[in-house]
Design a protein around this ligand. Structure first.
Ligand code: FE2
Ligand code: FE2
Length: 318
């Protein structure tokens, strides 16, 4: 048996026995590439995801809301950094990943190409977008690549706080004045369908799902996760007396799940291709951040060089 075949056999056995794959282990090239694509895309989503909410920090309606939102947006930055580090263990660099984002080669979650128009959107984002992210990320705590799985455990703890702070904003608005309630309903109307799209295309059309399931990178399919999200979220909407904007939504006793209406996949692909309401703005914000921060990075590199120069001078003297 060739050495590649025997290494592949060992790899497959680890996957079968639920032993995590670690950075120094041999892995098929496609497994490595799939993970780099997925983890970097996930990292970019965390970072770009700070943009729609970040603009509301100065406009939060109270000190308490401001502190919570600020903490949440900072958490997302932290998630991005863990994930870039996890991807770097596979042999890519943060610089390469960020370049790919800025040139449009790498994607991030399309949900962040929608604008946060009112304060209620901050509630809807926490409740629905972070809620959908949790479904996906809880599954990823058991993903087969060790560094990714471990990053997810910590991230998930923070995501559940994000989801609750969003739901609490919605609860408060839904119990408030007529105008506040209408604002909450309007935010739900606009964020509901894009949140369902977050799980990706239907299983039948998802080109990566089968291989990712076989490698145990993914443990549940797009449609399974989407269903799980709908089942968890519909009762939450009922509890605060808001209406899910889907006339076809109905409990299915037999399936023990909600049936729901057709998703507008044309809209989904349109946003993925760059034609969503904020694609251009989001990318420009990231490109400008890189440009405006260049002097900080240059200064840090110059300082590090000076330090190491000083150290080696001292060693020569000694
Ligand atoms: Fe996050
Ligand atoms: Fe989050």
């Amino acid at each position: 048996m060739s050495s590649e075949a025997s290494m592949l056999e060992k790899f497959d056995e680890k996957i079968r026995k639920e032993i995590k794959i670690e950075p120094r282990d041999w892995m098929p090239d496609k497994y490595r590439k799939t993970l780099i694509r997925q983890i970097s895309q996930h990292a970019h989503s965390e970072i770009v995801g700070m943009l729609p909410e970040g603009v509301w920090i100065t406009r939060a309606p109270s000190m308490r809301r401001k502190v919570a939102l600020l903490a949440k947006v900072q958490d997302e930055a932290g998630h991005g950094l863990y994930l870039y580090s996890a991807a770097e263990t596979l042999g890519t660099t943060r610089g390469e990943m960020i370049d790919d984002l800025h040139t449009g080669k790498a994607k991030y979650s399309s949900i962040f190409n929608y604008p946060a128009i009112t304060w209620a959107d901050i509630g809807a984002i926490g409740w629905l977008v972070d809620g959908a992210a949790i479904m996906n990320q809880v599954m990823l705590c058991r993903t087969s690549y060790g560094p990714y799985a471990r990053a997810m455990v910590r991230i998930c703890k923070e995501e559940s706080f994000h989801q609750r702070q969003g739901y609490e904003i919605m609860l408060t608005l839904a119990k408030g004045s007529e105008e506040q309630k209408a604002m909450a309903q309007d935010a739900l109307n606009r964020w509901w369908w894009p949140s369902l799209m977050m799980f990706g295309p239907p299983d039948a059309e998802s080109k990566h799902t089968a291989q990712s399931m076989a490698w145990k990178i993914k443990r549940k399919t797009n449609d399974e996760l989407r269903q799980q999200f709908v089942n968890a979220t519909v009762p939450q909407a009922k509890l605060i007396d808001l209406t899910i904007p889907d006339p076809d939504l109905v409990w299915n006793e037999e399936r023990n799940s909600y049936d729901f209406g057709e998703i507008d996949w044309e809209e989904f692909w349109n946003v993925v291709k760059g034609n969503g309401p904020c694609n251009k703005e989001r990318l420009e914000a990231r490109q400008n951040a890189a440009k405006n921060g260049e002097w900080v990075r240059d200064a840090a590199i110059a300082f590090a060089e000076k330090q190491s120069q000083r150290k080696s001078n001292k060693e020569q003297v000694a």
